[in-house]
Design a protein around this ligand. Structure first.
Ligand SMILES: Cc1ncc(COP(=O)(O)O)c(C=O)c1O
Length: 394
């Protein structure tokens, strides 16, 4: 092991959304507590990015700066190397983050009166991007199988066939349930959508965060007719902890759709530091990523083992991809609002509450395990102590 995945950089009073949110929720939170909510990592960035950016700062003038050939090569090169397909450079439409891109695409690809399909429970900005654009939201609930989730294809197909449904926003890998969709599942989704004239936005932002033994299948590796019917959202932000740079790349084979997004963006280029960070990440940081995945796997297993040994009231959903572990706490017998209060005020655990991802998430919690193992251990110990107190009062 070569990189530092042990050191915690405390981010209180730095503007970190996650750390601020923790303090807002519980102003009396103890100083030692680390929030495990919003999907960025409590690990330092790859040193190659920090050194590379320092050099870039020394050499640069901060004028209007667009993407360079080296940038586009780094993006297409990453897709070839890690995801097995070769997007053309002209397919890339950069946006200042995937979430802004989602919203811009919903606005650009649909018109008032159209409906957008999502599979719940799912990353809540999907719903917001539809509602904020005043389009109709249609949901297909995933089936909870106990230790994982499946797509309800009968329901999905019926919804996709709805006259007004023009767009699917797919989460692949799926946040928050941690599923990686198989090629068979993706083909079925692609086929249903193609047959029903539903365009797919495939949000693959977590595509590099694949646990050992699993394999992410990008929509970009499917048949050409399906690739032409989708926009693939990618970014270096989850993989390399670069969310603050707001740099994402949407791969869109269909020129008309690409032009629509470009027109809806309202800006011509991103922040120059984001471009450079992405280029360095995709060309010099593969070894760091491979090491990161081993730490994620160790953390995932630690939570599974700890819960199995100590918390019969909880069930851990099998994490295949993302660094967001999904736990079912319904066995505690609390209403989901009580559970939230219990976590934040009693266990001093700041997680993402399951209900924010849709009704099916009530009673669940999403734990961000991208932190030093010792931080996760402290969190799980606090949880156990709080549960023991709760058991005594019941
Ligand atoms: C599925 C998914 N899409 C998008 C984002 C955020 O994207 P961005 O920070 O590029 O706006 C997240 C962050 O958690 C996510 O889980």
């Amino acid at each position: 092991m070569h990189y530092d995945f042990e050191t915690l950089v405390r981010r209180n009073n730095t503007g970190s959304l996650k750390w601020n949110d923790m303090k807002n929720k519980n102003p009396n939170v103890e100083d030692c507590v680390v929030p495990l909510s919003v999907a960025d990592m409590e690990w330092k960035n790859p040193p190659e990015i920090i050194e590379g950016l320092k050099q870039y700062l020394d050499q640069s003038i901060f004028g209007y700066t667009g993407a360079t050939e080296a940038y586009y090569d780094s993006v297409t090169g990453w897709m070839e190397k890690r995801h097995g397909f070769s997007p053309k450079k002209e397919w890339i439409v950069e946006t200042a983050g995937v979430v802004p891109g989602l919203s811009q695409m919903v606005a650009a690809f649909t018109k008032p009166g159209d409906a957008v399909l999502i599979m719940t429970p799912v990353y809540y900005p999907f719903r917001l991007s539809v509602e904020n654009n005043k389009r109709t939201l249609v949901t297909s609930e995933l089936i909870h199988t106990g230790s994982s989730y499946e797509i309800n294809f009968a329901d999905f197909e019926e919804k996709a066939a709805g006259e007004d449904v023009k767009l699917l926003i797919l989460c692949s890998p799926h946040n928050p349930v941690g599923r990686i969709w198989t090629r068979e599942e993706l083909l079925r989704i692609a086929e249903i959508c193609f047959n029903n004239h539903v365009f797919i936005i495939s949000d693959e932002i977590h595509f590099d965060l694949i646990l050992p033994g699993y394999h992410h299948v990008s929509m970009g590796t499917l048949e050409e007719k399906y690739v032409n019917n989708c926009a693939i959202c990618t970014a270096p932000s989850k993989t390399f902890n670069l969310a603050g740079f707001q740099t994402s790349n949407h791969l869109i084979a269909d020129k008309e759709m690409r032009d629509k997004l470009s027109a809806a963006r309202g800006y011509h280029s991103l922040n120059m530091m984001g471009y450079k960070a992405c280029e360095i990440a995709y060309t010099r940081c593969e070894a760091w990523l491979d090491e990161l995945l081993l730490h994620l796997d160790a953390n995932k297993r630690y939570v599974e083992t700890f819960v199995a040994a100590n918390l019969p009231e909880a069930k851990v959903c099998n994490l295949q991809g993302t660094y967001l572990q999904w736990l079912d706490f319904r066995g505690l017998g609390m209403d989901y609002r009580e559970l939230e209060k219990f976590m934040q005020m009693e266990a001093q655990l700041f997680l993402d509450e399951g209900y924010i991802f849709g009704e099916g998430g009530r009673g669940f919690e999403r734990i961000n395990i991208a932190c030093p193992l010792w931080v996760l251990k402290e969190a799980m110990e606090r949880l156990l102590e709080a549960v023991i107190r709760y058991r005594k009062r019941r």
